[in-house]
Design a binder for this molecule. Structure first.
Ligand SMILES: NC(=O)c1ccc[n+]([C@@H]2O[C@H](COP(=O)([O-])OP(=O)(O)OC[C@H]3O[C@@H](n4cnc5c(N)ncnc54)[C@H](O)[C@@H]3O)[C@@H](O)[C@H]2O)c1
Length: 228
């Protein structure tokens, strides 16, 4: 194994990889040598981001709430690269609303993307991993799955459901050599400051990228090291 590029030769898919945490994870995976497919609802942004990854980047417009769209993405990856080693379930929505104000349609949409999307993508992408007897599935959860947060009832509940899914997938897929993990970043402090109109007070080390725990502490308590 190449020490500097431990993922060389492996192929990864990142849902919602066009921007934010997904984009930062894609950068990290590519830096570790993996070919990275950015699967995002916003196909144009994903294509642009893939160009920036050079020959290790590729993109396909994908809706994680649509099984047919996920199957098309998986099949495009297999047709091009012949394998899928890593799936990062990152696509997620977090519109704020109090329990009193929350619209049922918004509840449904948040659950569709955050929870059903993880279920569908994991189930679609696990097939080639089962065949290979190897794979990693990592889902981006959140601390709000554990800690109650006013204005985030639908978000916290959807991510708590993801935690349960992660545990079930982990048990069912372990016999096939597939490792399943969840990562719970804290809120992106810089983005929170920007949303509150305090951009000038952003963290002094701000790089323009999210600084969630999944990104900053990948080698420690964050993303598990994805090597064979
Ligand atoms: N930003 C934070 O502070 C934070 C903290 C904890 C957890 N998270 C989680 O990390 C993940 C990424 O968060 P972010 O802040 O980078 O989000 P973001 O809004 O910056 O990016 C989300 C991406 O997902 C894509 N997307 C939305 N719906 C989709 C769909 N149906 N199919 C495919 N792609 C879709 C969007 O186009 C976008 O590119 C989410 O799951 C979020 O819940 C974020």
């Amino acid at each position: 194994m190449n020490e500097n590029q431990p993922l060389a030769g492996q192929v990864a898919a990142v849902t919602g990889g066009a921007q934010g945490i997904g984009r930062a994870i894609a950068d990290r995976l590519a830096a570790d040598g993996a070919k990275v497919w950015l699967l995002d609802f916003d196909g144009d942004a994903a294509a642009l981001a893939a160009v920036e990854l050079g020959n290790l980047g590729a993109a396909q417009a994908t809706d994680v709430t649509d099984e047919a769209s996920l199957i098309a993405a998986r099949d495009a990856i297999l047709a091009t690269d012949g394998r899928i080693d890593i799936l990062i379930n990152n696509a997620g929505l977090y519109p704020a609303a109090t329990i009193r104000d929350l619209k049922v349609a918004d509840w449904d949409q948040v659950f569709d993307v955050n929870c059903k999307g993880v279920f569908l993508a994991s189930r679609v992408f696990m097939e080639p991993m089962i065949e290979a007897g190897y794979g990693h599935i990592v889902s981006i959860v959140t601390v709000d799955a554990y800690v109650a947060k006013p204005t985030m009832p639908h978000y916290g509940a959807s991510k708590a459901a993801v935690l349960s899914l992660v545990r079930t997938f982990a048990q069912e897929l372990a016999p096939h050599g597939i490792m399943v993990n969840g990562v719970s970043p804290r809120r992106d402090r810089d983005r929170a400051r920007q949303e509150r109109g305090l951009a000038h007070q952003a963290h002094p080390e701000h790089t323009g990228r999210p600084r969630g725990r999944a990104v900053r502490h990948r080698r420690g308590g964050g993303l598990p090291r994805l090597t064979r």
